[in-house]
Write a new protein. Sequence first.
Lengths: 252, 73, 354
Amino acid sequence: MGKIVYKKTKGLTDAKLHYCPGCLHGVIHKLVGECLEELNVLDKAVGVAPVGCAVFAYNYFNCDMHEAAHGRAPAVATGIKRALGPDSVVFTYQGDGDLASIGTGDIVHAVHRGEKITVIFVNNAIYGMTGGQMAPTTLAGQKTTTSPFGRDPNHCGFPLKVSEMLAQIPGAAFVERVSVHDVANIRKAKKALLKAFQTQIDGKGFALVEFLSTCPTNWGLTPVESIKWLKENMIPYYPLGNFRDPYKEGGN
Amino acid sequence: MPKKGKVTFDIDLCKGCELCVAVCPVKIIALDKNKLNRAGYHPATILQMEKCIACSSCAIMCPDSVITVEEIE
Amino acid sequence: MGNKILMKGNEAISEAAIRAGCKLFFGYPITPQNEIPEYMSRELPKNGGIFLQAEAEFAAINMVYGAAGAGARVMTSSSSPGIALKAEGISYIAGAQLPCVIVNISRGGPGLGNIAPSQADYFQATKGMAHGDFKIIVFGPASIQEAVDLMQDAFDLADKYRNPVMILGDGMIGQMMEPVEFKERKKIDIPPKDWATTGTRNSNGKRRIINSLEIEPEKLEELNLILKKKYDEIEKNEVRYEKYLVDDAEIIFVSYGTMSRVVRNVINKYRKEGIKAGMIRPITLWPFPKEVIRNIAKNNISKVFISVEMSLGQMVEDVELSVNGLKPVYFYGRAGGMIPEPKEIMEFVSKLKY
């Protein structure tokens, strides 16, 4: 009998994930579960699920969960965190429509308040659940069902760089953009996510990790092709890296 | 001394996405085209277990927590 | 023996909420209810509670949704257009069966309207608060004292039934000052919040989920039937109203809130002239006192019903439904913040044929 060096985290339930084959939501879910398990906070965690492909996230994370209306997760998380106090770990899990479209007001204000929550932001440059429409994060020139000729920034604006935007706000304690398209990046992403949760646990303020992810179904690519598309197209516009780190900036 | 590994697949969870196939450094994973799991996918399978180095790349990459990795002596 | 103090309506409502155990308040400025968030910002933290001004009314209601799901006694307040902004959130709260108190200090509408008192949010509160089959309990206080007394009930009923409860006031109730007494209230039995998301360490490892999504129609119908059963129980147990000189009355006014104070005046004038007028004053707008109105309509004394509102006619439809064709029903009202005065009401009545 060998030593188990990798097995499914206790941070996820037994429910089978409903995501498309090769969708990286599953990888990000695993990281969230692993971080909560390793930080030993599963039993004091409350997560807020979005509207989007991850609408059933409340079936997957092995902790108390709360469904939110589209975009409103940061407000719901605020209500939960203020009700439960510092001895709780409150997180939201949001896609690019939820956070960067309808939810822009909510997230900006949660960051301004330095709300002590951890936000997991999944950016796959498209609307998955509703069938592939343009997202605020859709790249210039990218074809979607509502930008059939390719996104024209002159017509409908430039893609939102959420991490850069939020990092400028004083209330932002930890902001990092990561990717989960290969093993090396998944390892880095996990380190960032652990820090994002630790930021909350240590009471340092608002933490967000932006995960670049894929949508094979709506990009019209295989899962393996999607990995390549992410690397070649998304990373140049959405550079990976840390934008705010309370453990490096000092202060309280 | 390179590690030796043994991986197990919970095949009914597999969706045949082939991400594990792509990331395995010793290229020992492939979809089993002769098999269909409960969900109708060709599940991933190990071609040559003796070449496994217990790097866990496949398990880390798998979105569906299909894979468990053991280090064996 | 209590102590009476002169207080502005908005402030008295806030103080009453704190005394009723409100622990969190999320709100946003809008005239004419601003004294509520202002009072809460000063006094709630002194009483171990948390005040937060949200970035908008829809953010506030979602903060209420989160805190309510985590088991807290929580409240928000706004006025007409701000309540419209909360609509989606209120539907989510009702669908997830969570308790909360919402105060609407109504103003003139529609649209931006004005800041004068109005009763044109009756439909919004009792019929069309938002999408889906749900109801909220709606109280329509007619005085600051009544608003204060109803605040305790609002929090208790919200917890008892796991449902939003609204205090539907108006700019007059919010802004005027009256002597008010904070009485010691009796507590009712409230079931423990064994559904609240406080972390699985508090529930023996069993996860709790707050949601209203049910993809399978069979399951969503089940949820809706649970809600219906709850609403039926509320309709059976929680109807409140005041009968003012109706037992021998031929002219029956139906009126609530600030408007009822003017109507009471009208009735007193009529009685001095020997005219038998009376009033049914709904205190709960939902559940509406249909039965008492129907019983009066059935008797041999009542001749006509007149709904008097600060609107172009909203509650009158419930009066018509309750009277069910047994007697004629008329409506008198003014819009845009105009308040009907006794003279014009009596002039209107004098022209009626019944």
